[in-house]
Write a protein that binds this ligand. Structure first.
Ligand code: ZN
Length: 421
C-alpha cells in the first residue's frame, strides 16, 4: 500500500478541472486506487507532502519509437527530412539490440516528462518490435504499440510484403496484446494510405478486428499528402474514404494529425467513433497547417494529443496542450469574419492530456483520473509555490502553462514507482 499526499488536480470534463488541496490517495498493492479523500498530511512513509500536487499521468497518443533521438532537426525540406533523418532512424532498428537500447532511453525520457501512457509506432521490424515490448514490460510502462506496416512507396529496407508483415504482427499481438496485467496492448500500424497496398490495408482491418486491437495510422496530414492519395487511389475521394472502404475506421482506430479534414470528413470520422490525435507541435514543425481543433471537437470526434516525436520536438505533454491552445488562438486571431473561432480553455488542455485522452484511447474506465477503482497512474509534482496562492479558478491554468519536467518528483504507473531517476 502506497500513500500519497498533495493538492489533487481532477480533469472532470472539457469545461471543468477541479483543484482539491490536502488530498490523501491510497494505492493498493494491486496498483488500483483504494481511497481518495481530504485529510491532514498522514505520518510515516508518504509520497508527496506540503507543496506537492497529484496529477493523473500524461497520455501521449501519437509518437514514433525509432525517432526518439531525432527531435528538433529542422531546416530541411520534408523529402530531405524523411530521407536523411527519419528513414535512416527507422532502418537502424533492423538491429534489435540497438532498438532495445533506444527504447530504454525513450522510456526514461518519457517518464522524466510525466508520460505514463503512449500510443506509438515501432519500426517495420518484428524482432525490434518484440524488443520494444520487452523493454516496456521490464520498465512497467503502459503502451499501445505496433510494428510499422508499409509495402509500397517507402525505401526498400523499410518495406515488407503484406502477408509477411501481417503474419509477424499477428504473432507479436499473440505474444503481447493484453500482457502485463493489461499494461501492454498491441496495435496494427499501417504508416499511411499512400504507403500501403489494398491487401495490407484490408488485412490490417480484418486481423485487428478479430484480435480486438487498436489501429494506428496517419490521415489528412497535409495538402501535399492529400493529392498523393488521390493519385494512388483514384477511385477514392481522400484517405478517410480509403480507410472507410478498407474497413479501418472505428472505435479502436487512432488517426494521427487530421489537419486537412473538411467539415463532411469530420462528420464521417465522428460517426464511426474514430479518434483523431492532434499533434499541434508537429503540424507547425512540418508546416503541415493549423488543425482546427475546435471544429473537430464540435463535430464530436474523440480527440487526444500527440507529441508526434520526432516531427514534434517536444515530449513534455503540457507544452503540447499549450500548443493546441495557441494554435486555436492563432486561427481565432486570423479568422474572417472575426469571432468565428474559439480557443480551448486550460481546463480543456488538462482534459486532453488525461481523462479525455483515456476516453479517446478506449481506456477511460481504467486511467486518466485519480479516482477510487482506477489504476494508479499518478504524478507527484512540486510546481512554483505561488500557484497555490492564486484564486482557485486560476490555479489549473497557471499550472498548465508553467509546469516543467524537472518539477516532477515521482511517477507511478499502475501503482508502481517507475521514476524519474
Ligand atoms: Zn506520426
Amino acid at each position: 500500500m502506497e500513500t500519497l499526499f498533495g493538492t489533487m488536480l481532477t480533469p472532470c470534463s472539457p469545461d471543468r478541472c477541479d483543484v482539491t488541496p490536502d488530498t490523501v490517495v491510497r494505492v493498493s498493492d494491486d496498483g488500483s486506487i483504494a481511497e481518495v479523500g481530504k485529510d491532514k498530511a498522514p505520518k510515516g512513509d508518504v509520497i508527496g507532502g506540503e507543496g506537492c500536487w497529484l496529477l493523473p499521468g500524461f497520455i501521449d497518443a501519437h509518437l514514433h519509437v525509432p525517432q526518439w533521438d531525432c527531435r528538433g532537426i529542422d531546416g530541411l525540406p520534408l523529402s530531405d527530412w524523411l530521407d536523411k533523418v527519419i528513414y535512416p532512424a527507422e532502418a537502424r532498428m533492423a538491429d534489435a539490440a540497438f532498438a532495445e537500447g533506444l527504447t530504454d532511453d525513450l522510456v526514461t525520457g518519457l517518464i522524466a516528462n510525466g508520460t505514463t501512457t503512449i500510443a506509438a509506432f515501432s519500426s517495420p521490424f518484428a524482432k525490434a518490435t518484440d524488443k520494444v515490448f520487452s523493454v516496456f514490460a521490464k520498465r512497467g510502462f503502459r503502451a499501445i504499440c505496433g510494428m510499422m506496416l508499409n509495402d509500397v512507396n517507402c525505401p526498400d529496407e523499410l518495406s515488407s510484403p503484406a502477408d509477411k508483415s501481417l503474419d509477424e504482427s499477428r504473432e507479436l499481438a499473440n505474444k503481447w496484446h493484453g500482457g502485463h496485467d493489461g499494461l501492454l496492448q498491441y496495435a496494427f500500424a499501417p504508416r499511411m494510405a499512400t504507403c500501403c497496398s489494398e491487401e495490407l490495408l484490408r488485412g490490417t482491418a480484418a486481423i485487428a478486428e478479430m484480435m480486438k486491437c487498436h489501429i494506428l495510422t496517419h490521415v489528412a496530414e497535409s495538402a501535399d499528402e492529400e493529392s498523393k492519395v488521390r493519385e494512388r487511389f483514384p477511385e477514392c475521394l481522400d484517405d478517410v474514404d480509403v480507410f472507410a472502404q478498407m474497413g479501418l475506421l472505428g472505435r479502436r482506430t487512432l488517426l494521427g494529425h487530421g489537419v486537412c479534414l473538411t467539415e463532411s470528413l469530420r462528420h464521417q470520422v465522428a460517426e464511426t467513433k474514430t479518434a483523431v490525435i492532434h499533434c499541434p507541435t508537429a503540424n507547425l514543425f512540418l508546416e503541415s497547417g493549423l488543425m482546427d481543433y475546435v471544429a473537430h471537437r464540435n463535430a464530436g470526434i474523440p480527440i487526444a494529443l500527440g507529441s508526434s516525436v520526432a516531427a514534434g520536438p517536444e515530449p513534455f505533454m503540457p507544452q503540447v496542450a499549450v500548443s493546441c491552445i495557441q494554435t486555436a488562438k492563432a486561427l481565432k486571431v486570423h479568422a474572417v469574419p472575426r469571432g468565428h473561432h474559439l480557443a480551448p480553455t486550460p481546463a480543456e488542455g488538462w482534459w486532453l492530456l488525461t481523462a479525455g485522452a483515456a476516453d479517446a484511447l478506449d481506456l477511460g474506465d481504467r486511467i486518466g483520473t485519480i479516482k477510487k477503482g482506477y489504476e494508479a497512474d499518478i504524478l507527484v509534482v512540486r510546481p512554483e509555490a505561488w500557484i497555490a496562492d492564486l484564486p482557485k479558478e486560476q490555479q489549473a491554468s497557471a499550472l498548465l502553462y508553467t509546469l516543467r519536467p524537472e518539477q516532477i518528483e515521482q511517477v507511478l504507473i499502475a501503482g508502481q514507482r517507475v521514476g524519474p531517476g
